[in-house]
Design a protein around this ligand. Sequence first.
Ligand code: KG4
Ligand code: ZN
Length: 321
Amino acid sequence: MVVLGIESSCDETAAAVVGPDKVLSDVVHSQQIHADYGGVVPELAARAHVEKLGVVVRAALERASVQRPDAVVATAGPGLIGAVLTGLAWGKALALGWGVPFLGVNHLEGHLLSALLEEEPPTWPFLSLVVSGGHTTLYRCDALGSYVVLGQTVDDAAGEAFDKTARLMGLGYPGGPAIDRLAAQGDRAAVSLPRPDPGALDWSFSGLKTAVRNHVRSPERAADADVCASFQAAVVDCLLDRVVRASEQTGITSLAIAGGVAANSELRDRVSQLPWPTFIPPRARCTDNGAMIANAGRLHLLAGRLDPPDVGARPGWQVGV
Ligand code: KG4
Ligand code: ZN
């Protein structure tokens, strides 16, 4: 089954074609218009998706040499309602025109199943750490559609902490890549920062961001590279601490990471050093993309799921129990 997948939940307009065991094309347009505002402006994102969806979808079909896929899937949530609606409407219209099945896909499930696109995918059950701009959640993945939330953030998402910290340091948006780049030249031990632990397998990042704010306003402000390296080390320490605890509690020693923050160099390095099978998608598969949506949709279609043509957007749609 060859599936066209469309992603438009935030500031990436993306489309991909995925066939049996293979990504046939994967086209991502990252919107630049939000940089001036220091964050994604929902109305601008939706308008920019409308402008780019046609080009991006056509490019994905052409690169895959596919004229009419066997099914179309699109992100139905969670995400910015206006942005989600654009790709969803586009996908439903294409499916209707071609007379092929349509399915609305959960964006988070797209991230957490992206490890299955790897050449040597994990076998069930595995742990999946989804760390993005809006989510920081550790799942136990038992089977397709069967996920248990083991831990999550009680305040800011990890990506949000990167973005807010970068903003208060004047490093621009999105903050994650900027901090990652600077941290490479910094000393991880230069600034003493807290490792907040709200208990269970949860995270809390807002205090860490405040600690950085207090530090950069103090007379002892370290060099930016040192602040970035220290902040990044604290975030990664917190992330891995819960992962190791979760593994001890569940007995599962297989870990996949996903979401924009999974593109972070230190997180990737340290996850790869864990003494377990780890699944670290290439950077382009960590940030939002169409291949992960096509993949998740395809797996559900093969399992017999299908949506009616009037399926709506679900901006708050979560996965897992
Ligand atoms: O998954 P994603 O592309 O979109 C959401 O669904 O949120 O994640 C975007 C987030 C942003 O907060 C961005 O700053 C962060 O991922 N990010 C990074 C890196 N690249 C992107 N954070 C840390 N290090 C990076 N290299
Ligand atoms: Zn995402």
